[in-house]
Design a protein around this ligand. Structure first.
Ligand code: TRP
Length: 81
């Protein structure tokens, strides 16, 4: 695996409580190995590593990567009143 893909950081900023950042294992099996819960306003800075090949974000957050930014959405549709 090249150095760059392992050294890259991603930043996740939660826009709501209980955003989950889930690390998935590298290798033949792709399984959850860690879940970190962020509350609104909290930020997590993470890397892809020897053990982590994918990161799943559940909930409303902003995700900043060296390749660009993406906003994840929460499952519940927001109802405006
Ligand atoms: N022990 C994990 C690892 O070294 C920690 C980790 C790194 C992690 N990046 C992550 C956990 C991203 C969740 C999401 O791979």
């Amino acid at each position: 695996m090249d150095e760059k893909s392992v050294n890259d950081f991603i930043v996740i900023k939660a826009f709501e409580d209980s955003v989950n950042v889930i690390g998935l294992t590298r290798g033949t099996d792709t399984k959850f190995h860690h879940a970190e819960k962020l509350d609104a306003g909290e930020v997590m800075i993470a890397q892809f590593t020897e053990h982590t090949s994918a990161i799943k974000v559940r909930g409303h957050a902003m995700i900043y990567t060296p390749y660009g930014e993406v906003e994840s959405e929460s499952k519940q549709p927001k109802i405006d009143k």
